[in-house]
Design a binder for this molecule. Structure first.
Ligand code: SAM
Length: 369
């Protein structure tokens, strides 16, 4: 336990930077300016990780978390922060990552998306806990039992699985026809509604978790790309074809690439007007022939990486929409694009994960004049 730790600015990943006896300490559950007692949870060569457990001098934006297990559960990093200030913290993180890794001076804001801040999460993964169900603690296999009333950020239908459901792990999907519970690896397919139509998605496969995310992200992508009828577009890391569907709806001819074979099978059913290839983007993209006018990139947290960015830009698209859930890897990829002759025209940020440190960004890239 460390006493008298003064909490510094917010950092990525739901931490705040503090210093103690010359060592950097990444503290969870703090707020800038607070004086706290922290419990060290991990020590590395040059820094340590800790949880704030008692606050001697609280900050003005501190609130009582709506969930009684918020400090122990790994799901929410920001429950102790007033909701509007959560978006300000995310704005600071995005601005810092874009400045540090891409040399960009970003003056945007993080846009609120309703429902928020509670009752929005449409995919949940619960673990068996003593006599009931729980959620994993941060960076740990420990399971935190659900409080009365269940998870506060889940939609009401997913707040807590029925205790009689079997298995050690349960995935809940609040789909168009209501909640469905499956065990990992299940091949159950559920229907979702987005962009004014139905989509088929594996219950344990990828689908945007906030109910408004498909519309919000597709609108931002279309507004940034302004597709014209007959243009050729790539949807990379396409999942079950969300952005391919948005682009074909705008008249583009779309080719999608996705690593998950089941997702590709569903994408073909969801967007029959587009062509889809199964496989890793870095290998499959090289084999896609012909002109490319527009590209959507929506990689996992690790980002697209130098080789994929170079392969995309070699085709000289007139615009690229990069959808990202990690501002650090987004910024690194934007820096790579800049070195290859593509400038960042705009970055929009959306609070699609209220109460957590996560958010979603959409960056639009265009060739240098
Ligand atoms: C953030 S999700 C985006 C899915 C889709 N764009 C959507 O919004 O529904 C990233 C997707 O990339 C896929 N993926 C991860 N690594 C990949 C790779 N190296 N090549 C192709 N797809 C990959 C995952 O299976 C996942 O479907």
């Amino acid at each position: 336990m460390l006493s008298g730790v003064r909490i510094g600015p917010v950092a990525a990943g739901g931490h705040w930077v503090a210093r103690h006896e010359g060592r950097v300490v990444f503290v969870r559950h703090g707020l800038e300016g607070e004086l706290a007692e922290v419990r060290v949870t991990a020590v590395a060569a040059r820094h340590a990780f800790a949880d704030a457990v008692a606050i001697t001098e609280p900050a003005e934006h501190r609130v009582v978390p709506p969930c009684p297990v918020a400090a122990a559960c790994g799901g929410c990093d920001f429950q102790h922060v007033e909701a509007g200030h959560q978006r300000e913290l995310k704005r600071q993180v995005v601005a810092e990552q874009l400045r540090r890794f891409a040399g960009l001076d970003w003056d945007g804001s993080v846009e609120e998306v309703l429902p928020a801040p509670l009752g929005w999460r449409r995919r949940m993964r619960y673990q068996r806990a003593d006599g009931g169900w729980g959620l994993r603690a941060k960076a740990s296999h420990a399971v935190v039992p659900l409080p009365d009333g269940g998870c506060r950020i889940a939609t009401p239908g997913l707040a807590a699985p029925d205790s009689v459901l079997p298995g050690d792990t349960l995935i809940g999907a609040d789909a168009a026809d209501g909640p469905v519970w499956v065990e990992p690896g299940s091949d159950a397919v559920v229907a979702e509604r987005a962009l004014g139509r139905a989509w088929q998605v594996r219950a344990d496969g990828f689908w945007q978790v906030h109910p408004r995310a498909p519309e919000v992200l597709a609108d931002a992508v279309l507004a940034g790309l302004s597709p014209r009828a007959g243009e050729r577009a790539l949807d990379l890391y396409c999942g079950v074809g969300l952005f391919a569907g948005a682009l074909t709806g705008a008249g583009a001819q779309v080719t999608g690439i996705e690593g998950g074979r089941t997702a590709v099978d569903l994408a073909r059913r969801n967007v029959p007007q587009a062509r889809f290839h199964a496989g890793s983007v870095d290998r499959v993209l090289r084999r896609v022939r012909g002109r490319v006018d527009l590209v959507v990139l929506d990689p996992p947290r690790a980002g697209a990486g130098r080789a994929v960015i170079a392969e995309v830009l070699r085709r000289r698209p007139r615009a690229v929409a990069y959808v990202s859930c990690d501002p650090a890897t987004l910024a690194r990829d934007l820096a790579t694009a800049s070195a290859l002759g593509y400038r960042t025209d705009s970055v929009r940020a959306f609070d699609l994960f209220p109460m957590t440190a996560h958010l979603e960004c959409v960056a639009i890239l265009r060739p240098d004049a």
